[in-house]
Design a protein around this ligand. Structure first.
Ligand code: URA
Length: 425
């Protein structure tokens, strides 16, 4: 009866109270409200929106539906990093090590990949021995001794979000600003960091397709952070082309290692330097410029690389044993010209079909498969030059043509779009 009353209240465009929202969310988690009624409620939020106040109430209810991690024992500034999911996004692997090398603590819980975008946890799992679940004591010890730890998302955090996010996925109601903002922020706030830096992807390969909607999502997340006394910084970055030159779990681990060995794609380098500078400057309370100088220094002096190896080893990983057994198919250029774009969405579809992604959380994935792009954007190529390598264990119909279709080669070189769009805080 009360469920129907609240749904009707929303239908009549009245503002819901915290009590109304808590009633819907908590009873849905307990199984007392059906998927059908909850879907009706979610579609109303999706279509008519939620005020900021209601979005904060929803976030609060979801935080309180699970455990809230207390990291007050760790006596260092704590910064969490979140990416809204991009193609070839191996940034967490790189910036966590850089930030930890700078003396900032990075307690990171990451999700598994679902759909076309991979998850950091899957990438780390392609390293033999890497332990994704640590006890609270082990997690805190890693943070105190190493300065960073990346583990899989605790099932106990923001329990309501898990159930509601799964339902949103099923009914196709993911891309709603209040629902995304409350979903992300409930998990981040419950994870216990003081500063939260969000890499908000915009473009073909992301769920925010334009700068306007990404800006609105960023502003909502910053405001939610303010309500909790957390510093939230959102960096909008371009996701029309993949990040770096590798898409696929083991391949992305290798690209992170290459990064620390000073072999990197410029756009990936720029993004990692910018993001880690934001993390360090906001956590330490120093200027962005000072933080950037420190970041470049840590990369050039190999101190960030040593931190990366130290962290992987401390979590049980053997970096010399990466699960990368596959066959190779080289894709060659059919004409001369400049590589003006890579279609992130098309490439991620091929990588998904190769077996690197999953539809359901329980699906098994192939760590070894993926695509390496052989050239950075803007490179001049000749007919017959290598464009990409497909790593596969099962053949996918038309995979070579699909990769060729996603690489635009034109007679004139186009100006590259900047990878960092803007920062909202
Ligand atoms: N990521 C999340 O955690 N939640 C969303 O709603 C969308 C992306």
């Amino acid at each position: 009866m009360k469920t129907r009353e609240i749904i009707d209240k929303k239908k009549n465009k009245e503002i819901l109270s915290r009590e109304d929202i808590a009633y819907m969310v908590n009873n849905y988690v307990k199984g007392k409200i059906s998927d059908k009624l909850m879907s009706e409620f979610i579609w109303l939020i999706y279509n008519d929106g939620f005020s900021l106040k209601e979005t904060i109430y929803l976030t609060d209810v979801m935080i309180n539906s699970g455990e809230v991690i207390d990291l007050s024992k760790v006596n260092k500034p704590k910064v969490d990093k979140h990416s809204t999911g991009g193609v070839g996004d191996k940034v967490t692997l790189i910036v966590s090590a850089i930030s930890a090398a700078a003396g900032v603590c990075v307690p990171k819980m990451s999700g598994r990949g679902l759909g076309l975008t991979g998850g950091t946890v899957d990438k780390l799992e392609s390293i033999s021995g890497y332990k994704l679940s640590l006890s609270k004591k082990e997690f805190i010890k890693m943070l105190e001794n190493i300065g960073c730890a990346v583990i899989s998302q605790s099932e106990k955090i923001a329990v309501a979000d898990k159930k509601i996010y799964a339902l949103r996925n099923e009914i196709g109601a993911v891309d709603s600003i209040p629902l995304i903002a409350s979903s992300i922020m409930s998990k981040k706030i419950a994870s216990g960091s003081d500063v939260i830096v969000i890499d908000l992807k915009v473009g073909k390969g992301a769920f925010m397709k334009n700068i306007k909607s990404a800006t609105s999502l960023a502003k909502t997340m910053v405001k939610i952070g303010e309500a909790y006394n957390k510093k939230v910084v959102c960096m909008l970055s371009d996701m029309n082309t993949p990040l770096g030159l590798n898409i696929g779990n083991a391949l992305e681990i290798k690209e992170a290692i290459d990064f620390f060995n000073h072999k990197y794609d410029k756009r990936l380098y720029d993004l990692c330097v910018y993001l880690s500078s934001l993390m360090i400057s906001n956590a330490k309370g120093i200027s962005f410029r000072k933080a950037k100088t420190l970041v470049v220094d840590l990369i050039e002096s190999d101190l960030a690389k040593y931190k990366f190896y130290q962290w992987i080893k401390a979590q049980g990983g053997d970096i010399t044993k990466i699960k990368d057994k596959s066959k190779k198919l080289v894709v060659k250029a059919k004409k001369d010209g400049y590589i003006n774009s890579y279609d992130a969405l098309k490439l991620s579809e091929v990588v998904f079909d190769l077996g690197a992604g999953r539809v359901k959380k329980t699906d098994k994935i192939d760590y070894a498969v993926g695509i390496t792009l052989s050239n950075s954007l803007g490179t001049k190529v000749k007919k017959g030059d290598e464009l990409a390598v497909i790593y596969y264990n099962k053949l996918v119909d038309g995979m070579e043509n699909k990769v060729l279709d996603s690489i635009k080669i034109e007679p004139k070189k186009k100006r590259l779009k900047k990878i960092i769009i803007k920062v909202i805080k």
